[in-house]
Design a binder for this molecule. Structure first.
Ligand code: TMP
Length: 220
C-alpha cells in the first residue's frame, strides 16, 4: 500500500497512431519517481476481458453487440484491475478506455451516442454518488492524419477487424476523438503524433508535467 493517491491515465488514438511505444516511456518516467505502475489495456486487462477482446476484434457483429461486449469487458476490468490499483495508490496507464467506444462504435460505426452514454453511466458509476463516473484524470490523445496512420500500419501485421477498415472509417473515428476532447478539454492532452518519436515523447512528458503528474525538472 502506498500513501500517494492513485492516478488514472488513458491513451487514445486511431490504429497506427503509435501510442504503445510511448506508454512504456511514461511507465518508466513514473517508476523513476518511485511510483508503482499498472500497465493495462482495453478491451482486455483481465482473463474475461481478454476473451471478449478476441471476439470483438475478430468476429463479425453489429454495433450494439460490439458496444455491449466492450462495456462488459470494461466493467470486469474496472472491478478486477483499475479500481483496486487506484485504491492502492498506483499509477494506472490504460491503453484505450471509453473514449475509444465513443470514437469507434459511436463515430466510426455511427452507433447511438445516447445508448453509449447510458452504458457509460452503468459501467463507470463509482461509489454512492450515481453522478460520479470513473474517468481518467488525463487522456493522452495521439492525433495523426488517418492516411499517415494507414501508411504506418501497412504490412506491420495481419490486420484485425478494425485495422482493415477503410480510410473513411478512421476519419470518422478521428472526428469522434475530436468531439470527446471538445466535450471535456481539461481531461485531454492532444499530441501531434505526426512527428518524430522523440518529439512525440517530449510532448507526452510535457503534458504530464503540465498537470504536475511528473515534476518539471525531471529528465525522463
Ligand atoms: P488496440 O489495437 O489499440 O489494442 O485496440 C484494439 C482495437 O479495438 C482498436 O482497433 C480499437 C478497438 N476498440 C473499439 O472498437 N472500442 C473500444 O471501446 C475499445 C477499447 C477498442
Amino acid at each position: 500500500m502506498q500513501n500517494t493517491q492513485g492516478l488514472f491515465i488513458s491513451f487514445e488514438g486511431i490504429d497506427g497512431a503509435g501510442k504503445s511505444t510511448h506508454i512504456e516511456a511514461v511507465a518508466q518516467a513514473f517508476e523513476s519517481q518511485g511510483r508503482s505502475v499498472t500497465r493495462t489495456r482495453e478491451p482486455g486487462g483481465t482473463p474475461l476481458a481478454e476473451a471478449l477482446r478476441q471476439l470483438v476484434l475478430n468476429d463479425p457483429m453489429d454495433a450494439l453487440t460490439e458496444s455491449l461486449l466492450v462495456f462488459a469487458a470494461r466493467r470486469d476490468h474496472i472491478q478486477g484491475v483499475i479500481a483496486p490499483a487506484l485504491a492502492q495508490g498506483r499509477v494506472v496507464l490504460c491503453d484505450r478506455f471509453t473514449d475509444a467506444t465513443f470514437a469507434y462504435q459511436g463515430a466510426g460505426r455511427g452507433f447511438d451516442l445516447g445508448v453509449l452514454q447510458t452504458l457509460e453511466q452503468w459501467v463507470q458509476a463509482s461509489g454512492a454518488e450515481a453522478q460520479a463516473l470513473l474517468q481518467p484524470q488525463l487522456t493522452i490523445w495521439f492525433d495523426l492524419p488517418p492516411a499517415v496512420a494507414a501508411a504506418r500500419l501497412t504490412g506491420a501485421r495481419v490486420p484485425d477487424k478494425f485495422e482493415s477498415q477503410p480510410l473513411a472509417f478512421f476519419e470518422a473515428v478521428a472526428g469522434g476523438y475530436a468531439t470527446r476532447l471538445a466535450q471535456d478539454p481539461e481531461r485531454f492532452a492532444r499530441i501531434n503524433a505526426d512527428q518524430s518519436p522523440e518529439a512525440v515523447r517530449d510532448q507526452v512528458i510535457g503534458a504530464l508535467r503540465a498537470k504536475a503528474f511528473l515534476p518539471g525538472a525531471q529528465s525522463a
